[in-house]
Design a protein around this ligand. Structure first.
Ligand SMILES: NC(=O)c1ccc[n+]([C@@H]2O[C@H](COP(=O)([O-])OP(=O)(O)OC[C@H]3O[C@@H](n4cnc5c(N)ncnc54)[C@H](OP(=O)(O)O)[C@@H]3O)[C@@H](O)[C@H]2O)c1
Length: 352
């Protein structure tokens, strides 16, 4: 483990240089890694581990589209693909990658198969941190840890295939075997992480819930909508409003930020844009900070987790979710987005 300095603060991180794949394979050579759930993270993590030479099996309920997907991805029923309970029995490392609500429902079954020395692996601190709400309390004689890739399972897989890696956090909640560190880092490397940074279960879930409700998803849609509506109200066309709000950001500016930071993106814009952005960013920070404070409090007091458990365990959860997503999809801004995307040169068939 290396100590790296991040803007003046030291952190424990593990890179692929200091913990190469060969070491991960050695640590995991006698393990059967059972990936339980084949939703979004499941495929990314299971396929990357398989391609990295790890002995991985998938546990998934049969007779579903998800089961068929696992088959078409190369998992073989009866050999590397099993009903959940059978996989739980065979696995020495249980990667618990069901949706957070399903993790609560299936917990009694999982617990039954957590015999001494096994490892229980999460990709989120949710179940353990909010155990009063989830009832997930593991036995004392198993290792409990997490590797949380900072992105979608789809990106984890895509980046792996491109020879890249998605950064992940890791945390150890319980080290029953004395080998939890090696196990968790080996798994982190095997699932295709870039570098791994240390956290704990509580910090992982607090930051994750804040991030997705905040700048990553909730806040960004909110500020997109606010700017788009102001532009439209002032007579700008949908095309102009969408391009100035979303398209330019995703297509031109964010790739520059990803490459070299915000200052570099600013430095590569016009002097007029630079002046305006430098004048306005602190006003936006100050306007939204109270909302972020309120959001963090709502996460830390368990309000957000309870809301998520309540809504995700309702039988009509899917229909309600689909209706809300439909509303977003059918909003003028995202309908415009659809047309704008179809007009990107790479999406157009041009006659030779
Ligand atoms: N989404 C991400 O990219 C992401 C990123 C970082 C961390 N994580 C974490 O990774 C974990 C997995 O998340 P995910 O998004 O991959 O989950 P997901 O796609 O919502 O998981 C769906 C899986 O759960 C199964 N499932 C749902 N309800 C079930 C039930 N009642 N009984 C049995 N199986 C059931 C589904 O099987 P069926 O198809 O048969 O319903 C499917 O295999 C979570 O802890 C999440 O917080 C996710």
């Amino acid at each position: 483990m290396a100590k790296l300095n991040f803007g003046g603060t030291e952190e424990n991180v593990v890179t692929r240089e200091e913990f190469p794949l060969a070491k991960a394979q050695e640590v995991l050579k006698n393990e059967v890694v059972a990936v339980i759930g084949y939703g979004v993270q499941g495929p990314g993590q299971a396929l990357n581990q398989k391609d990295n030479g790890i002995n991985v099996i998938v546990g998934q309920r049969k007779g579903t589209k998800t089961w068929d997907k696992a088959v078409s991805d190369g998992f073989v029923p009866g050999e590397t693909l099993f009903e959940i309970e059978e996989a739980l029995e065979k696995g020495t490392v249980i990667c618990y990658l069901l949706s957070d609500a399903a993790q609560i429902a299936l917990w009694p079954t999982v617990k039954k198969h957590l015999t001494p020395g096994k490892a229980l692996y999460f990709s989120h601190g949710f179940g353990i941190t909010f155990n009063e709400q989830t009832g997930i309390i593991p036995p004392a004689d198993v290792d409990v840890f997490l590797v949380a890739p900072k992105g979608s399972g789809t990106s984890l897989r895509r980046m792996f295939l491109q020879g890249r890696g998605l950064n992940s956090s890791y945390a150890i909640f319980q080290d029953a075997t004395g080998n939890a560190f090696n196990r968790v880092i080996a798994l982190g490397i095997a699932v295709g992480s870039g570098y791994l940074f240390e956290t704990n279960f509580k910090k992982e879930v607090y930051s994750d819930l804040t991030g997705e409700r905040g700048t990553l998803m909730g806040c960004i849609q909110g500020i997109f909508a606010a700017q788009y509506e102001v532009l439209r109200k002032n007579g700008h066309s949908p095309s102009e409003s969408f391009n100035e709000t979303v398209e330019e950001l995703t297509q031109s500016l964010m790739p520059l930020v990803a490459e070299n930071g915000m200052d570099w993106m600013y430095a590569n814009c016009s002097t007029t844009a630079q002046r305006g952005a430098l004048d306005w960013w602190k006003r936006f920070r100050d306007a939204t900070k109270p909302v972020f404070e309120e959001l963090y409090k709502s996460v830390a007091t368990g309000v957000e987790s309870q809301k998520s458990i309540d809504s995700n365990s309702k039988p009509d959860y899917r229909e309600k979710l689909d209706a809300e997503l439909k509303e977003l999809r059918e909003s003028e801004m995202w309908q415009t987005g659809k047309t704008v995307r179809s007009l990107r040169p790479e999406n157009q068939v041009v006659e030779a």
